[in-house]
Design a protein around this ligand. Structure first.
Ligand SMILES: Cc1cc2nc3c(=O)[nH]c(=O)nc-3n(C[C@H](O)[C@H](O)[C@H](O)COP(=O)(O)OP(=O)(O)OC[C@H]3O[C@@H](n4cnc5c(N)ncnc54)[C@H](O)[C@@H]3O)c2cc1C
Length: 406
């Protein structure tokens, strides 16, 4: 029977521990917090979007994603649903997004905790692992918590990244991985709000509206996302922004310009839009610029557009002239802003980057240190918003735990 240490009692660590114990391992979880699974309780606004039926490995990012297909074949979305159902959890689905029927993240955690207790997994709380030493010729590890150490046949590192450090994942997993010789892909905050240069955000703050957002130059965007954009007093937020935040953060790290173009009329064909603009400029009598824009978009957005065009709200529309007004109307299709920073890891849902997937096997075992396994966000894999990051935690935890026990 293999003696296995799982370092970190988050989603991936709990799944690794359950699978390793189910496969005959004698398992101990080390968790620095006074409870396991703290982050799970914060997921999906407390409802835990634990996976997504609309699955594709293309929804995951990292420098090396070639092992993903094989990994997800071993533990798929269907396996995840069955795993939680077997523990008693019913699920509900909204546009593919999967939640516990109870709409309580604590249900997901309860199922994991019950399985852990049933399998007699030892859980060491308030136990931050500070070092891991490889003994002799390898295949034996000394896991150290403060001054004390204990020997194991296998170690599974599941410390998470450094997103939401208040939940425990403060980057200590990166230090442990480095200490064992692994190289890291640079980490950046992902699924996070973006801070922008323009000062019109003070006007737009509080607006939420459907839009299409293009990251990169207007005619050759790097990523286009559609959904509800939220304007804050410092920049942009909302799911479409989260979806390209990792791309923006990496571009900023390379000191590149990061323009974003916002189209407030994503459903309108060009010809249809032109016709609407033509009609709108037919009768300008008695209207000032602000009145001319009534009904185009949220009033605050109309004000932003006027400001960007250098037109005073009180200016008489007919004096502005049809051509300039048409230009103003067309600006709703390409409001440009420039990202200057991503919000910090404190605000991010995940960390992009981490342990290089080139340095692990398709069983998630280290190619440098046999007997050492990785799972979860600590690896250089991050998913889109929508349950994909937890699905990665379940899948990678399952694969690492199963193989560690062999
Ligand atoms: C606010 C928020 C909402 C989210 N919502 C969703 C969602 O709805 N759907 C989704 O798919 N994803 C969501 N995510 C992302 C998802 O929660 C994470 O990707 C996932 O939990 C990562 O699991 P993990 O096990 O790799 O790491 P973590 O869950 O971060 O677990 C790591 C654990 O290791 C412990 N640890 C760290 N270092 C040590 C050490 N040296 N010794 C001992 N213990 C240590 C930590 O205390 C922690 O408990 C959300 C994230 C946040 C912050």
């Amino acid at each position: 029977m293999k003696k296995i240490a799982v370092i970190g009692g988050g989603a991936s660590g709990m799944m690794a521990a359950i699978t390793a114990a189910n496969s005959g391992g004698q398992v101990t979880i080390y968790e620095k917090n006074d409870r396991i699974g703290k982050k799970i309780l914060a997921t999906g606004n407390g409802k835990c979007n634990y996976s997504n039926r609309d699955f594709n490995t293309a929804y995951y990012y990292g420098q090396n994603t070639d092992k993903l297909e094989h990994l997800f074949e071993q533990f798929s979305v269907t396996d995840t649903i069955s795993f939680f159902l077997e523990g008693g959890m019913l699920s509900k689905e909204r546009n593919g997004y999967l939640y516990p029927l109870s709409e309580q993240a604590s249900t997901v955690l309860d199922i994991l905790r019950l399985k852990i207790n049933k399998l007699s997994v030892r859980v060491e709380l308030q136990s931050e692992v500070t070092a891991i030493e490889v003994l002799g010729k390898g295949n034996e590890f000394l896991v150290k918590v403060g001054g004390k150490g204990e020997c194991y046949d296998r170690v599974v590192l599941t410390c998470g990244g450094c997103a939401a450090p208040k939940t425990g994942s403060d980057g200590s997993g990166y230090r442990l991985a480095r200490g064992l010789g692994h190289r890291l892909v640079d980490t950046v905050p992902a699924l996070v709000q973006l801070r922008c240069r323009e000062d019109f955000f003070k006007i737009a703050a509080g607006v939420r509206c459907e839009a299409s957002l293009s990251l990169g130059e207007k005619n050759s965007p790097i990523q286009v996302e559609r959904g509800e954009v939220q304007f804050t007093d410092y920049g942009i937020s909302g799911i479409p922004v989260f979806q390209f935040s990792r791309t923006a953060a990496y571009l900023l790290k390379e000191r590149k310009e990061v323009p974003v173009y916002i189209d407030f009329f994503p459903d309108w064909e060009e010809a249809e839009y032109e016709e609407m603009c033509r009609r709108r400029t037919e009768d300008l009598s008695g209207k000032n610029a602000e009145e001319f824009l009534i009904g185009m978009a949220n009033k605050k957005i109309n004000m932003v557009m006027l400001r960007q065009a250098g037109i005073k709200p009180s200016e008489e529309a007919h004096k502005i002239g049809k051509e300039r007004l048409k230009k103003l109307l067309f600006s709703y299709r390409k409001l440009c802003t420039h990202v200057v920073a991503a919000n910090s890891f404190d605000h991010a849902q995940v960390s992009a980057g981490g342990v290089n997937m080139k340095e692990v096997t398709s069983s998630l075992e280290s190619l440098l240190v046999p007997g050492l396994y990785f799972a979860g966000e600590l690896l250089d894999i991050d998913g889109r918003c929508g349950g994909y990051n937890l699905q990665w935690a379940w899948t990678s935890g399952f694969v690492a735990g199963k193989n560690a026990a062999v």
